[in-house]
Design a protein around this ligand. Structure first.
Ligand SMILES: Cc1cc2nc3c(=O)[nH]c(=O)nc-3n(C[C@H](O)[C@H](O)[C@H](O)COP(=O)(O)OP(=O)(O)OC[C@H]3O[C@@H](n4cnc5c(N)ncnc54)[C@H](O)[C@@H]3O)c2cc1C
Length: 345
């Protein structure tokens, strides 16, 4: 999909526009999304894939989206719809956009790919190599994607855009299993992508991959989730699910980068190729060692030229986020902290 300055305008006729706006500001604060301009009846939000402006008017809420591609604009439209729906059930149906994909088409950020191979790597991961059309955005606009896996015993049914512009996902026996992964490698020229999925033993993704055969169809949605950090000093920490992203960040780090990588795994992790100034600390979960303790012992580098990156189970990520913001004075511009999976409660 070509890169272009895409602008989309939306209108939501509602009497609850001020309340909706307050809800959006709260959501942004909770998820550390940058609000660049907050005035009583107007806000501008800056995301990794574009900006969204909201203004309360006589008719309700007006929305202006600006993104670098139609697919990114559509993802932002979807986020707006999800927020509006979360704030007021049924309200998203009243959203009107001046530009939306035609009903019945696949959403612009969705593609169908095919499995080329699935192999075991390092005893920890299934390595999925797939091919799909138009992978350029996946090499450019975000580090992550959603895999949408169809049930094994049925012909796949893919999402389509509904009459209201929102995607309609197959449900019941045709429901797709959707999970977020990091794009480990991508080559738009050959149309190939690699994803490493941790074999944690419980998930439907690993079960699907264990049975996958070359030619099997699967859905790809995205990309999203921001880009690789760049700073002279990097602190990269996480569990197995973070390893594909950590490996990719290290591969892209320029010579001269210094810092620390902390990886917690149940079994010996794969060897990592590190820039000269970066040290690796391996935390063995089975020996009772713990990521947070090692993290607390780690120097975070000089303010202004550092980036602290952490991804692991959701509650652990929340703990580290609090620590960084409250005790270490590291704000979101110098850090990325994400819950990559949720333990059963
Ligand atoms: C931005 C982002 C990038 C990610 N990148 C990767 C990646 O490159 N590789 C990767 O392997 N994962 C990655 N993850 C994590 C992955 O999305 C989750 O582990 C997800 O739950 C996997 O889906 P599933 O189908 O295996 O299991 P689900 O259907 O989501 O969950 C099934 C069960 O498995 C449990 N479970 C899920 N993950 C784990 C785990 N790690 N350890 C133990 N139990 C678990 C759940 O608690 C649940 O009980 C990423 C997540 C995010 C948000």
């Amino acid at each position: 999909m070509a890169r272009s300055d895409t602008r989309v305008n939306g209108q939501l006729t509602t009497r609850a526009s001020s309340r909706l706006l307050d809800g959006i500001v709260t959501f942004c604060r909770d998820f550390e999304i940058e609000v660049t301009d907050a005035r009583p009846r107007k806000i501008d939000i800056c995301t990794d894939i574009g900006s969204i402006g909201f203004a309360c008017g006589r008719q309700g809420l007006t929305i202006q989206i600006r993104a670098e591609s139609a697919a990114n604009a559509y993802m932002l439209q979807e986020s707006v719809a999800a927020q509006v729906e979360a704030a007021e059930r049924g309200c998203a149906a009243a959203l009107r956009w001046n530009r939306a994909p035609a009903a019945g088409e696949m959403p612009p950020n969705f593609r169908v790919g095919r499995v080329l191979s699935v192999t075991e790597t390092d005893g920890l991961f299934w390595r999925l190599t797939l091919e799909a059309p138009d992978l350029a955005p996946f090499a450019r606009d975000g580090l992550h994607l959603r895999l949408a896996l169809p049930p094994r015993d049925r012909a796949p049914v893919w999402p389509v855009v509904g009459q209201d512009g929102r995607p309609v996902w197959p449900d019941g026996p045709d429901a797709l299993h959707v999970a977020v992964y990091t794009i480990r490698q991508v080559d738009p020229d050959s149309g190939r992508m690699v994803v490493d999925a941790y074999r944690h033993g419980k998930g439907a993704t690993c079960a699907w991959l264990a049975e996958a055969r070359p030619g099997d169809a699967l859905g790809l949605m995205g990309p999203g989730g921001g880009w690789m950090p760049s700073a002279g000093h990097l602190v990269l920490a996480g569990d197995e699910t973070a390893l594909p992203a950590i490996t990719r960040i290290l591969e892209a780090a320029p010579a001269g980068t210094c810092g620390t990588v902390i990886v917690e795994t149940a079994r010996t992790p794969p060897p990592l190729s590190l820039p000269d100034g970066v040290t690796l600390r391996f935390v063995a979960r089975d020996r009772g060692e713990c990521l947070e303790a090692e993290f607390a012992r780690t120097g975070l580098g000089p303010a202004g030229d550092r980036h602290v990156w952490f991804a692991a189970e959701k509650a652990r990520a929340a703990h580290i986020r609090t620590l960084l913001r409250r005790d270490y004075g590291v704000d979101r511009r110098e850090s990325y902290v994400a819950g990559y999976w949720a333990a059963d409660s």
